[in-house]
Design a protein around this ligand. Sequence first.
Ligand SMILES: C[S@@+](CC[C@H](N)C(=O)[O-])C[C@H]1O[C@@H](n2cnc3c(N)ncnc32)[C@H](O)[C@@H]1O
Length: 384
Amino acid sequence: MKLVAKTFFGLEEVLADELKQLGAKDIEVGNRVVTYEGNKELMYKSNLWLRTAISILIPIESFKFKNEHDFKKKLSNLNFNKYMAVNKTFAVKGAVNSKEFSYTKYPMLLLKDAIVDFFNDKYGQRPSVDQKSPNILFDLHISENNCTISLNSSGAPLFQRGYRKSTGEAPLNEALAAGLIMISGWDQKSNFIDVFCGSGTLPIEAALIANGIPPQIARKQYSFMYWPDFDQQLWNQVLKSAPAVPKRDLDFKIIGSDTDPEVVKMARNNIKALPLGKTISFEIKDFKDFEAPEDGTLIINPPYGERLNDDSVFDLYKEIGDYFKNKLPGYNCWVLSSNMDAFKSLELKPSSKIRIYNANLSCDFRKYQIFKGSLIEHKYGVKK
Ligand SMILES: C[S@@+](CC[C@H](N)C(=O)[O-])C[C@H]1O[C@@H](n2cnc3c(N)ncnc32)[C@H](O)[C@@H]1O
């Protein structure tokens, strides 16, 4: 069957790589989506294993329509029995971009009505709508006069991993954090640090990756479990084949630190639901006092300065740049920020820049390679 994995802008290639590793065929990269071919087992694996996907959709109906009347008529011909039982709750979400519908929620209401009418006509019973946590989630995609209805096999988005009990302000999305780690090219053999870790998203995702533990190890619910064709035995097999314990021999460190004791407490709490053992630790420190282990990768998501008064954000970024130069020789340092002026205060030349959206903020993800000794010594092996 055809499968569609949705993701964030900028993570499409990383997701395609993840899919390749899962054994997906005919992978095609689109805008915020990657499509591929696979079977039920791959759909289950996709939900359990894909770190950068938001949801896994299965297109079930696709048609062209002339106008609103024609759209309603085509919906009334569909057989929803194939996709849900009348005693299950459901919801319709999606995206609509069409001259036929100026109010974009309207076609979703029409699909909802068509489903209710179908079951009412057939069984004299109306299935309940549950917008918050439906059993069955339909995805409606309309682009001009083309309509695709899909089943969302994930239900709640896959970045709701089930491990995060509480967060500080502006936590990173888990799927985005995993994507940043993969983009950074961290070798999973050297140290990984985040000195602005907040509730710990980056170090936690790094520890899951390094230990080969699926991102959804703590998640219990998926929409596909409510489908008429749910195969409990196959799902158990998929779950069983995933490691649920950390590799015991990580000979490097994964550390998060933050100046706020409250968020560090949250980070420590968040790992309680995960089988990460001693592979990760958190410290309460101002970043300037954090003594990094030798060599590794740092990824930070420092304050962007929306709420800091004018100069303090530039002072902060200047101190971050000094910290990199003085304390992190041998590190690949990556900074995610929406504040393009503040980047200049780092006073370092990035070796790469990648455009990423953090929620709706356009950000740069920039890499700074901090060489040991001078750059000339590094490049030519001679002292200046
Ligand atoms: C945008 S949040 C990071 C969120 C984090 N990535 C997460 O997923 O929860 C920025 C963090 O920087 C921390 N912070 C601000 N100034 C700091 C400093 N001087 N040293 C260490 N941490 C600092 C704040 O306490 C806050 O938790």
